[in-house]
Design a protein around this ligand. Structure first.
Ligand SMILES: Nc1ncnc2c1ncn2[C@@H]1O[C@H](COP(=O)(O)OP(=O)(O)OP(=O)(O)O)[C@@H](O)[C@H]1O
Length: 310
């Protein structure tokens, strides 16, 4: 069996007296799209930087592509850092070729790939433009293409969707899926659950510097009970309607939302119909990753309540 592309055990890092990351364990198999999710300040970027060897952990160990010296395998890695930046005077084509050259790709090959890959993304018009003339989102797409131009085995994208319009977000999702299809492993950090739900084979949710969940999207969603959305046909006496619904039921936009009762929805429906509230709409749904994320992160906030940063 192939060794996992990334193995981290007990990674931790302090800045001054502040423990930004503590005890992160990760195993990311070859060919996976792996999401590192978490709210602002959770420790995502710090974790990615430790995995890549941009900074060293002060506790724990990591192996990247079989090496415990991540920088020694940098040519096999593509990295989009959180801080974006390209030379403004370069054309998009040359900026991409330059990033490839830094990772060992011959200049001519880099320029050819730049043209070809921007065209595949529907961005052929950008290739001869100077970076300073591109919009922020377009420059970011160029930087993503540059990070991948040498066909790395491992791709690490820190918040790759931030600042992109919906069309470019869709292009980037397709690009990430195409990279997995060619056999690359992708790690991406985000706090936008929609992207993670569509793309990720596995994920870690980090909050307060610690890993709060590791598993698949479906496993995260299965942590919450099924949800019911109920729209009454006749609203009538709201107090009597609300009294029939399970504890915690909330009304939003004319619909009631609550957890599926243990005995199912049938006894409740019978009571609602008998109580002259009727049923105009009813659905039973698995909660999304968004709800699971809010629950997991909320719990970790409650646990850390009262801690202060020194
Ligand atoms: N070089 C540094 N010096 C001091 N504190 C730092 C440094 N880098 C990160 N931190 C702190 O460590 C914590 C984690 O930061 P990090 O950037 O890893 O979070 P993040 O999850 O990537 O957040 P965001 O989603 O906002 O980018 C934060 O409290 C941050 O202020």
């Amino acid at each position: 069996m192939d060794e996992a592309v990334v193995i981290a055990k007990g990674l931790g890092k302090s800045f001054g007296g502040y423990r930004a990351v503590e005890g992160i364990d990760l195993t990311i198999p070859k060919g996976a799209i792996f999401g590192v999710l978490g709210p602002n300040g959770a420790g995502k970027t710090t974790t990615l930087r430790m995995l890549l060897g941009v900074i060293d952990p002060d506790s724990g160990e990591r192996r990247l592509l079989g090496s415990d010296r991540p920088r020694s395998v940098a040519a096999r890695v593509g990295y989009l850092p959180e801080e974006r930046g390209l030379y403004p005077g370069m054309s998009a084509r040359d900026a991409i070729a330059f990033m490839g050259a830094l990772r060992g790709l011959p200049w001519k090959e880099g320029r050819e790939r730049a043209d070809e890959r921007l065209a595949t993304l529907g961005l052929a018009h950008a290739t001869g433009e100077k970076i300073r003339k591109l919009s922020k989102g377009m420059a970011q797409m160029v930087q993503v293409v540059g990070a991948l131009v040498h066909d790395p085995e491992l791709i690490v994208l820190d918040e790759p969707f931030s600042g992109l319009d919906p069309v470019n977000q869709g292009r980037l999702e397709n690009l990430i899926l195409a990279q997995r299809d060619r056999g690359a492993t992708i790690i991406l950090s985000t706090h936008v659950m929609g992207h993670a739900q569509r793309l990720c084979d596995g994920l870690a949710i980090i909050a307060g510097g610690q890993c709060r969940f590791r598993g698949t999207v479906d496993e995260a969603r299965a942590m919450l009970p099924l949800g019911v959305r109920y729209r009454p046909r006749l609203t009538g006496d709201m107090a009597s309607l609300a009294a029939m619904l399970p504890d915690g039921a909330e009304q939003r936009d004319g619909e009631w939302h609550f957890n599926l009762p243990d005995d199912g929805v049938e006894p409740l429906l019978t009571a609602l119909v008998a109580g002259h509230h009727g049923v105009e709409g009813l659905s039973i749904e698995r909660p999304g990753l968004h709800e699971a994320f809010v629950r997991i992160v909320g719990q970790s906030r409650d646990e850390r309540h009262g801690e202060t940063r020194t």
